[in-house]
Design a protein around this ligand. Structure first.
Ligand code: BG6
Length: 484
């Protein structure tokens, strides 16, 4: 099977912060892959814009190096790399001053899609938007792309939305949550709404609970400064886990169109109940192996920022009343595993008696590694000796099922940037969604700050603090094992 690649329209993409980490690690290698896949037309142009005083050739060299360093071994013929680099340019721009803006403006062509990627800190969003406007670049059909963190609370998110709204309409603003660009995350929607099998059972009557886990083995490393002001709640739950929760819990949209999907997600966020403080567990990793503790990374020996969080959330609506959603995410854990598990209720009556034990269907959707789906089904244990039951997985890895096509799966950033050029906002967060997510998150953070709550230490290579296990055990449930 060979996937169809439909080229996008010709475009000018300006990357503010074009020499920065995100541009080098994700955006530029991703664009290169799309170029090699034939998705980028010959007339496409990419312009890096940043403070560094380099020229087009200097930037091309940096781009080539970034592709080698962060391209995950992806290669293409040398002449293709040269052709890609010919489409790259650079303008040294002062985001808060006047330098470089006339030059940048002169490079923007008429008759192509205009996209401006703000790969810079949010404090520069206003300055850049203002300058795009004053140079006539904030045109009717221009698009801007902004990254998380989109604010650090409701107030700052509202302020950012208001700043961008001064010069751009909502349908011009693309707020990236890279989790929405992941293949399996989109598969969630395909599985739910493309099959007749699951939807009738997808509610509180049949679902006992849902677990959403995003576990990482890495620590905060060199990002301690940023992370310590953020913590797992702001860094992961408010955005990535929230988006997964929305896709799992939302009502079927009438169409797979931007506002239809985002309206349904918004309803889920607004239906989230405040979380009981007893249902939140925060943790912080201790030193272990060769790696320093969280506090050493954060360079604050008294930091009370969490590198792990687990919580139990409830959605007050007809579909989900009474079904808890358990969320957990953390760094320096036992395995890099991200999955969503829908744990169904027991059969209403066991004809096999109590000795048959307790068996439950579990649908697990694996985001990473080894993307795929598993459905645990109860069957008879083979052999004589009566009716003993066991649970076996119907296991599908997308790589096995789809072969080459699964290998061609695009990285989240590649897909999302192509969606910007196509003008499709379905996989981007709308301003009201982001604000609603903060409105739910803020009181939880304020609550633990007011209580002077200190995160529980946990050893690296574990599943987080013991209290996280207790959160489940108290309810007669358990987390799924973090498998390496
Ligand atoms: C980022 C967070 O948004 O997502 C990081 O800031 C985190 O702290 C990362 O490590 C996880 O993304 P992925 O795609 O590796 O699961």
């Amino acid at each position: 099977m060979v996937s169809r690649v439909i080229p996008v329209e010709p475009f000018d993409l300006v990357i503010f912060g074009g020499t920065g980490d995100l541009a080098r690690r994700k955006i530029l290698p991703g664009l290169f892959r799309r170029f090699c896949a034939g998705q980028m037309p010959d007339e496409a142009r990419i312009i890096g814009a940043a403070r560094s005083d380099i020229d087009d050739d200097g930037y091309r060299k940096m781009v080539a190096e970034a592709i080698t360093e962060f391209g995950n071994g992806f290669t293409c013929e040398a002449k293709t790399l040269d052709a890609f680099l010919e489409r790259i340019g650079y303008v040294a721009v002062d985001a808060t001053g006047t330098g470089g803006w006339d030059e940048l403006t002169s490079r923007i062509r008429d008759g192509v899609v205009h996209a401006f990627y703000f790969s810079v800190g949010p404090s520069l969003f206003g300055d850049i938007a203002e300058r795009l406007h004053s140079h006539g670049l904030a045109r009717e059909d221009a698009r801007i792309v902004v990254e998380k963190p989109f604010g650090r609370d409701l107030q700052s998110a509202r302020a950012l939305n208001a700043t961008l709204a001064e010069h751009f309409r909502e349908d011009q603003i693309y707020r990236i949550d890279h989790y929405l660009g992941k293949e399996t995350v989109q598969n969630l929607m395909a599985v739910r709404f493309g099959n007749v099998l699951f939807e009738p059972l997808w509610n509180a009557q049949y679902v006992d609970h849902i677990q959403i886990t995003v576990a990482e083995t890495v620590g905060v490393g060199g990002r301690g400064g940023y992370y310590d002001k953020s913590g797992a709640m702001r860094d992961m739950v408010q955005n990535h886990l929230m988006q997964l929760l929305c896709l799992i819990a939302m009502e079927p949209p009438s169409k797979f169109e931007p506002d239809e999907v985002r309206d349904e997600k918004l309803k889920v966020i607004r239906a989230l109940e405040p979380v009981d403080p007893h249902h939140i567990v925060r943790g912080q990793y201790a030193a272990g192996g060769d790696e320093a503790s969280y506090r050493e990374h954060a360079e604050d020996p008294r930091s009370t920022t969490e590198s792990f969080i687990a919580l139990k959330a409830h959605i007050s609506n007809w579909r989900w009343a009474g079904t808890p959603f358990y969320l957990r995410t953390g760094k320096r854990l036992k395995a890099r595993t991200s999955e969503i598990a829908v744990v169904f209720k027991d059969a209403p009556h066991s004809i096999f008696g109590v000795d048959a034990g307790r068996h439950r269907n579990v649908l697990a959707i694996r985001l990473q590694p080894n993307e795929g789906m598993t459905l645990d089904v109860t069957i008879k244990e083979p052999g004589p000796g009566g009716m003993r039951l066991i649970d076996v997985p119907l296991d599908m890895s997308f790589a096995d099922a789809l072969g080459e096509e699964a290998e061609e799966v695009t990285d989240a950033y590649e897909r999302l940037i192509m969606d910007v050029i196509r003008g499709n906002q379905t996989l981007f967060m709308r301003g009201d969604e982001v604000e609603a997510a903060w409105a739910w998150t803020d009181p939880l953070i304020e609550g633990w700050q007011n209580r002077g709550d200190v995160p529980k230490p946990y050893d690296p290579g574990t599943s987080g603090p013991d209290d996280s296990m207790m959160l489940m055990h108290r309810d007669g449930r358990r987390w799924r094992e973090l498998k390496k």
